[in-house]
Design a protein around this ligand. Structure first.
Ligand SMILES: Nc1ncnc2c1ncn2[C@@H]1O[C@H](COP(=O)(O)OP(=O)(O)OP(=O)(O)O)[C@@H](O)[C@H]1O
Length: 330
């Protein structure tokens, strides 16, 4: 019997590891664009999941943004049925009219459709094909925009998505391995023109920055960036836990927070407490910047009778005596 090609084996092992951690029985849903990463993921999942007693569902999202997108999504779903997926379908989404840039709008529409499909099929997890290279790009982009530890932690291997776990089993697999696996399996991945379009920052990182870093610093760079993300994520989890305890201790029954209690915290924990509190009060995480948290922090650490801090989502915080208090705007 011929030996299993190493990239195929590595991807199957990664998928098996991710699925073995799922607590409840039920099908898993693979989000597949037809690109090399998610195609390799789909091929591994349809091999591994049935051996663990799980059904498999594949969904290909048609964003309707490029000519031929509907046909391509249908072709991916057709391949999946032949490959042995229990169910495979195309989800057509409307991207226009959503807030944010086109990439963000497409992502939001895609995730909504995936959650809806997961509900329909009773899927216990949604799997995406993000790789170690995607993670390295995410870390570099976060570093360049000064995102802080939350951004440097990159993408988690698991998070909640509308009540369904979102799993990224390939975060420690290289893009060269997904391409090699597709080649070995005789699969022809689709090349997304967006991935090479220089008008996207991520494409420029992929095409120019990462190759330049590898040339300058050696081939271990991608792996090291991904490891940085894992290390920072672990520190973030510890700091978030401390912040949760500190937030509870600083709370006043009237809904405010004690300024002296906040002042006694280390800046790293205080920043997280204020960030968590602002989110709890309704400030949208995507719009909540360092500047907003800095204005809240100044009410604690640089108090000189200044006016309120206005946060996104119509949240206003002012300081009264020794307390930070939310007040109605308008
Ligand atoms: N149109 C789509 N339909 C279903 N899932 C998608 C679609 N686009 C992206 N995804 C999911 O999101 C993941 C990340 O997509 P993104 O386009 O950011 O990265 P990528 O590295 O180009 O992935 P791929 O090679 O699989 O297209 C994909 O691996 C896939 O699981």
């Amino acid at each position: 019997m011929a030996a299993l090609a190493p990239p195929v084996a590595a991807i199957r092992v990664a998928v098996r590891r991710a699925l073995t951690g799922l607590p409840s029985p039920g099908p898993v849903l693979v989000a597949c664009s037809g690109g090399a990463d998610s195609l390799a993921l789909a091929a591994a999942t349809v091999f591994v999941a049935p051996r663990l007693g799980r059904d498999t569902v594949l969904v290909s999202v048609d964003h309707g943004l490029q000519g031929g997108s509907a046909e391509r999504a249908e072709a991916v779903a057709g391949w999946a049925r032949e490959a042995g997926f229990t169910a495979a379908s195309v989800a057509r989404v409307e991207v226009a009219g959503r807030p944010g840039g086109p990439e963000a709008a497409a992502r939001e529409a895609r995730y909504e459709a995936l959650v809806e499909a997961a509900r329909q099929h009773g899927a216990v997890a949604v799997l995406t094909g993000h790789t170690r290279d995607d993670q390295a790009e995410t870390v570099l982009l976060a570093l360049a925009r000064g995102a802080g530890p939350r951004g440097l932690a990159g993408m988690p291997a698991r998070r909640e998505l509308g009540g369904v776990p979102l799993l990224r089993p390939l975060l420690e697999i290289g893009r060269d391995e997904t391409r090699a696996a597709c080649a070995v399996l005789g699969l022809s991945p689709w090349q997304d023109p967006h991935n090479t379009d220089p008008s996207y920052a991520r494409s420029r990182v992929r095409a120019d920055l990462l190759p330049a870093l590898v040339r300058a610093l050696g081939p271990g760079v991608v792996d090291n960036l991904a490891r940085t993300a894992r290390l920072v994520a672990a520190d973030n989890a510890a700091l978030d836990e401390l912040a949760g305890t500190a937030l509870a201790a600083a709370r006043h029954p009237d809904g405010g927070l004690s300024a002296p209690a906040l002042l006694a915290l280390t800046p790293a924990v205080r920043g997280r407490v204020l960030h968590a509190w602002a989110r709890e009060l309704g400030a949208q995480p995507g719009a909540l910047s360092h500047r907003h948290v800095g204005a809240l922090d100044a009410l604690v650490t640089a108090w000189h009778g200044q006016g309120p801090a206005d946060l996104p989502g119509g949240v206003r915080i002012l300081r009264r005596a020794d307390r930070l208090q939310p007040v109605a705007v308008g």
